[in-house]
Design a protein around this ligand. Structure first.
Ligand code: FAD
Ligand code: GLY
Length: 369
């Protein structure tokens, strides 16, 4: 007999796991089908910055959505610990976006008007982080842009979903999704399931389902290469950030250093040249990093869309199908708000009109970022 669910989620990265958690907690009988293991693709590669300010250039719908998701983490941290027993390893301290040139300074000072961002003079920066590179012209300090450990968050969502009754099937790739009048049929390598709704949350691999379901939306990978090093020597309490590169001090004592941006590269192995480029940028922010011991290197594929914004919402012609994919550089940050928004849509609860319009598949314009 076919298994029957109210909702099937395709993909068990942080986005699929958050959706399953929010749905199962709301009493919806949910299943997740995951090709491999939970949280082992882009989610595992991420640094875990909740960079609502760091990743947005201006206020607007995207920033508002990102900020709501960032705030949701404050509640989720305790809730996930209580429900799943897993600590998401949030680390306070915030982000210092360093200015190395006059144009950096001008751009960053304009952004310091966003709430929770504050412009610091070089002296104020060195008071906070004495080992930041000499010669900077100041920094934008964003206290609320804390970080978490992405795999821990994903595992906590998945375990929380399971404890609320969801079924999670690993090593079960979905091969096709067919829609009929009464249900959606989700075909996997090891059988079929029927559901009221299916949610496509397969990261950069979502394009194949969009195509099957009649939507011509391209997804492409933007490969990011990273490394981690052991910091046994110097105090560093805040993430240092410049020109899309960052040094993130984890609770473990490791520093996560990232990341390259290589559009169109589907290969998930880090290359020496990529790691070399990341190390070079890291040394400009934190010269002392040169002496630190390498822990490991890795790479992951950011799921990018045509306009850089995620698709979160219903299929324009088939209300049984929903999308939650294409979170590009910000899937860790946006996971809570995405899970809540998809759950609200499935339950018929009100959803912010501006968010619905900005992230729907057939949108007219990209929202500001
Ligand atoms: P994924 O984590 O890739 O999960 C998709 C899942 O779908 C995979 O597990 C895959 O196996 C599964 N799947 C695919 N096809 C099928 C199928 N046919 N059937 C079943 N399952 C399928 N974001 C931040 O917010 N902060 C950061 O600091 C940050 N740093 C990053 C650093 C790097 C180097 C990279 C690469 C990304 C970073 N990101 C960051 C972005 C973030 O990692 C992604 O936006 C996020 O992980 C996307 O989550 P996802 O669940 O959509 O995709
Ligand atoms: N958000 C950091 C990255 O994508 O590298």
């Amino acid at each position: 007999m076919k298994k029957r669910y109210e909702t099937v989620v395709v993909g068990g990265g942080i986005i699929g796991a958050s959706i399953a958690y929010h749905l199962a907690k709301a009493g919806i009988k949910t299943a997740v089908f995951e090709s491999g293991e939970i949280g082992q693709k882009a989610t595992r590669a991420a640094a875990g910055m909740l960079g609502a300010h760091a990743e947005c250039d201006k206020p607007g719908t995207f920033f508002e959505f990102a900020r709501a998701s960032q705030k949701a983490y404050q509640r989720l941290e305790a809730e996930l610990k209580q429900i799943s027993g897993i600590d998401i390893r949030r680390r306070d301290g915030g982000i210092l976006k360093l200015a190395f040139s006059e144009s950096d300074r001008e751009r960053l000072m304009q952004m310091a008007v966003l709430d929770s961002a504050e412009w610091l003079t070089p002296g104020e920066v060195y008071e906070k982080e004495p080992y930041a590179a000499k010669g900077i012209l100041g920094a934008n300090f964003i206290q609320d842009d804390v970080h978490v450990e992405p795999v821990s968050v994903c595992m906590a969502f998945a375990k929380g979903a399971k404890l609320s009754g969801a079924d999670i099937f690993e090593y079960t790739p979905v091969t096709s999704i067919e829609t009929g009048p009464g249900a959606v049929t989700v075909k996997t390598a090891s059988g079929e399931a029927e559901a009221e709704h299916a949610v496509i949350a397969s990261g950069v691999w979502s394009g194949v389902f969009f195509k099957q379901l009649g939507l011509n939306k391209r997804f492409y990978p933007v490969k990011g290469e990273c490394l981690s090093v052991w910091n046994e020597g110097i105090p560093l309490n805040r993430t240092l950030y410049h020109d899309h590169c960052y040094i993130v001090p984890r609770h473990s004592g490791k520093l996560v250093v990232g990341a390259t941006m290589k559009p169109g590269d589907w290969n998930e192995q880090p290359e020496l040249g990529g790691i070399e480029a990341v190390i070079k940028k890291a040394k400009t922010m934190l010269p002392e990093i040169e002496k630190m011991k390498i822990d490991k290197c890795w790479a992951g594929l950011r799921p990018e869309t045509e306009d850089g914004n995620p698709y979160i919402g219903r299929h324009p012609e088939n209300g049984r199908i929903l999308f939650a994919a294409g979170h590009f550089r910000n899937g860790i940050l946006l996971a809570p708000a995405t899970g809540a928004m998809i759950t609200d849509m499935i339950l018929g609860r009100p959803v912010k009109k501006t968010w619905e319009e900005a992230f729907q598949a057939e949108r007219k314009e990209a929202v500001n970022r």
